[in-house]
Design a protein around this ligand. Structure first.
Ligand code: ADP
Ligand code: TYD
Length: 188
């Protein structure tokens, strides 16, 4: 089982992963970017905006993803792997290229291995504004509310286009309601 928790910044992914970690003590918890040794270096490079080129930035995420697929997801095929973000973020945030091109690049990085369960925490614009106002921003979050809403739309489009097994959850629900919805979906 390869479960991914998706959503734009502040959607509540970390909060729900902390809850899942208590419920699934045998699972492997991981993240993109930064789930491997090289990945943690790549994460630092992308989040501190060292690349001026958007294409270079995307290739750093793809390098992280390829290593993560080989070293974490495939090495734990027989376990439950639960990841904070995935190729869905990779495809949605790389907005400077056509959707199908970015999908193809991501399928190369992941050897076409797709998540078995995708949870997308969806924020309204109003709730996103509220949450961003109370957080220090990294260079990607600093791109703004409309930018993040368009990323969220592209996440939805990607999940549907790849025909994944998904659950969209209204991220404005309470933390407990959200975690109940996630648990129900994983137990289906
Ligand atoms: N269901 C929720 N309702 C209200 N606030 C929430 C909820 N889930 C998370 N938060 C708050 O929103 C902020 C972002 O949550 P976080 O889990 O860090 O999101 P992400 O990992 O997706 O960036 C945190 O301050 C967190 O406490
Ligand atoms: C996985 C991935 C993330 N991102 C972005 C989304 C986030 O803004 C940032 C890092 O994600 P994240 O680890 O969720 O950041 P934080 O821990 O600060 O909440 O990278 C991409 O642009 N492309 C990608 O392929």
């Amino acid at each position: 089982m390869y479960v991914v928790i998706e959503g734009i910044d502040t959607a509540g992914k970390s909060t729900q992963l902390d809850i899942l970690a208590k419920k699934y003590s045998n699972a492997i918890f991981t993240k993109e970017p930064g789930g491997t040794q090289i990945g943690s270096k790549l994460r630092q490079m992308v989040l501190s905006a060292e690349a001026n080129s958007k294409l270079a930035e995307m290739f750093l995420f793809l390098a992280d993803r390829a290593e993560h697929m080989q070293e974490v997801v495939l090495k734990n095929k027989d376990k439950i792997v639960i990841s904070d973000r995935s190729m869905i973020s990779g495809i949605a945030y790389a907005q400077n290229l056509p959707l199908q091109t970015v999908i193809d690049l991501n399928l190369i990085a992941t050897k076409s291995v797709l998540p078995t369960h995708v949870i997308l925490l969806k924020l309204s614009k109003q709730e996103l504004e509220k949450r961003l106002s109370s957080k220090e921003h990294d260079s990607i979050e600093a791109r703004g509310v409309d930018y993040l809403m368009s990323i969220q739309n592209r996440m939805e489009e990607t999940i549907k286009k790849l025909n994944l097994n998904y659950k969209f959850i209204d991220a404005s629900l309470s933390i407990d309601e959200t975690s109940k919805d996630i648990e129900d979906f994983l137990n289906e």
